[in-house]
Write a protein that binds this ligand. Structure first.
Ligand SMILES: C[S@@+](CC[C@H](N)C(=O)[O-])C[C@H]1O[C@@H](n2cnc3c(N)ncnc32)[C@H](O)[C@@H]1O
Length: 310
């Protein structure tokens, strides 16, 4: 055990990374002393900046459109939509403005994120309602939504089977659940990047070993790393590795069998998918790998599913 932990520590340290407390891409900025003890104005300004940053990301990357070959319009225009795991709300605010969502709802587990999302939507005069809650027990009545979207959330929930069941319950017949998530063995999504930029760590070590090595690196950084350190040193019962539940493409497909979902789109986004020119042959190879049984778990960066409640 100690030997593998030491090895994981050394490999992770081959390419270290330090997050900046000013980086809006990092959700842990809301754990800094500056935020926790800051004035109301400072706190509100940071929350606004986070929402705005997520909004701008969506303007530039158009992440939802990029994932859906036939575009997001048919799922969003004039629809009642839930952004499940909305963070500070910038993304769904953008969808509401561009795609004419009739009624936007957002849900997240964190009070700060929800307050930020509410304030941002209010400032933009959107018909939006954000609440604190868990995807595993959605605080909504049956058959409420036309569409539920969850972008990069299912890998973090305690029980993604329960989330699927709740989406089934709260969707109208014919409604859609759009789920995009990085599978556990995705090379660059090990979620240890506050400490290390070495890829493929989950291929090499168990989540418990990686988490211990991660703790050790952060311990060495001292109080400066407290804001992005784990609250509990050991993994929770639901965690396979740091903040990850271990969802795989196979596990997700098996969980789908519990309800008669119609799978309208299933795409495994491979590594290097956006590269062009001389990268094309590499792209084709990785696209093939991302569609092979079993091997797909290692070479897929995002599983994208559009599911219809039949
Ligand atoms: C990686 S962020 C993605 C945020 C947003 N969907 C986006 O794409 O910008 C994951 C989000 O899921 C939320 N989350 C984690 N567990 C959740 C749960 N059980 N139910 C709902 N949201 C959850 C987190 O608080 C966080 O805001």
């Amino acid at each position: 055990m100690r030997i593998t932990e030491g090895l994981a520590y050394r490999i992770m340290r081959l390419k270290t990374r330090f997050p900046s407390p000013d980086s809006l891409s990092c959700a842990e900025i809301f754990e800094t002393e500056a935020f926790r003890n800051g004035s109301l104005e400072y706190r509100q300004e940071l929350m606004r900046k986070s929402s705005q940053w997520r909004y701008e990301c969506e303007v530039q990357a158009d992440a939802l459109a990029a994932r859906l070959p036939c575009g997001p319009e048919r799922y969003l225009r004039d629809r009642v939509v839930l952004d499940l795991g909305c963070f500070t709300g910038g993304r769904s605010a953008r969808w509401a403005e561009v795609h004419g969502i009739r009624e936007l709802h957002g849900l997240d587990v964190d009070d700060v994120f929800v307050s930020a999302a509410q304030a941002f939507a209010r400032a933009r005069n959107l018909n939006a309602h954000y609440v604190k809650g868990f995807g595993e027990s959605l605080p909504y009545e049956d058959v409420k939504f036309d569409t539920i979207v969850s972008l990069d959330v299912l890998e973090h929930v305690r029980d993604y089977g329960a989330v699927l069941a709740e989406c089934w319950r709260t969707l109208k017949p014919g409604g859609h659940f759009i789920a995009v998530f990085p599978p556990y063995y995705s090379p660059c999504d090990h979620h240890l990047s506050q400490a290390s930029a070495v890829p493929c760590l989950t291929w090499l070590f168990s989540g418990r070993t990686l988490t211990r090595a991660y703790n050790r690196i952060l311990d060495e950084r001292g109080p400066a790393a407290r804001w992005y350190s784990r609250r509990s040193r050991e993994l929770a019962a639901w965690e396979k590795s740091h903040v990850l539940n271990g969802i795989t493409l196979g596990g997700f497909r098996r969980a789908l069998r519990r309800n008669p979902w119609a799978v309208e789109l299933r795409e495994h986004v491979p590594l290097f998918d956006r590269r062009a020119g001389l990268w094309m042959p590499v792209r084709w190879v990785f696209r093939a790998l991302a569609n092979l049984p079993v091997v797909c778990e290692l070479f897929t960066t995002r599983g994208t599913y559009v599911l219809r409640k039949a």
